[in-house]
Design a protein around this ligand. Structure first.
Ligand code: SF4
Length: 175
């Protein structure tokens, strides 16, 4: 485990999360990423939905890099954290094989993408010829993001990493 992570590990935590929890939280995350792609689908170049294709590439690359740079140094490496990614990281990478700073920077993905897509979706809806489904997707995107935040908050409250993880929604205030 990365040194800084080790120093701030929280004793009162759950050591492993159930499979239904892991599946539900992953489905929630993936739904928001897919709907985000649908919201920028109308942005086309020569008929190709270039923005959505670019977004799909960003999701895959950032997610793989996060498993290396964040999850390989995590307390849950090789275990079932609330997203199951500690186990996934152990399948793909060696323990502590990433850079903690890079992992923290990559975590901005979770903070920046919801507001960015909100603004982008409104601009796409205002400037391009979209149907009513665009606004339904936007509503769904907002609801799923709120839901995903609530589930993440629940997971973070039980997580050993809650005081050090850059994406933690439930710090206990120890720094
Ligand atoms: S708690 Fe976070 S950083 Fe740790 S393995 Fe799970 S997703 Fe990765």
């Amino acid at each position: 485990m990365y040194e800084l992570y080790r120093e701030k590990i929280t004793g009162a935590c759950r050591d492993s999360f159930s499979l239904p929890w892991i599946i539900c939280e992953n489905v929630l995350h993936m739904s928001t990423w897919v709907i985000a792609g649908a919201l920028i689908w109308p942005v086309r170049l020569s008929g190709w939905p270039v923005a959505a294709i670019l977004w799909a590439l960003v999701v895959v690359v950032v997610q793989v890099l996060l498993k290396k740079h964040n999850c390989s140094g995590c307390y849950y490496f090789g275990k079932n954290c609330h997203l199951g990614w500690g186990r996934l990281s152990a399948w793909l990478f060696r323990q502590d094989s990433g850079s903690m700073k890079t992992g923290m920077r990559l975590s901005l993905f979770y903070i920046l993408s919801p507001p960015t897509f909100l603004v982008a979706a409104v601009l796409v809806g205002a400037l391009l010829d979209v149907g009513v489904q665009h606004w339904i997707f936007l509503g769904l995107y907002i609801v799923l993001n709120l839901l995903s935040f609530a589930v993440r908050m629940k997971g973070c409250r039980l997580c050993a990493m809650r005081d050090v993880c850059p994406g933690s929604a439930a710090r206990t205030g120890s720094g």
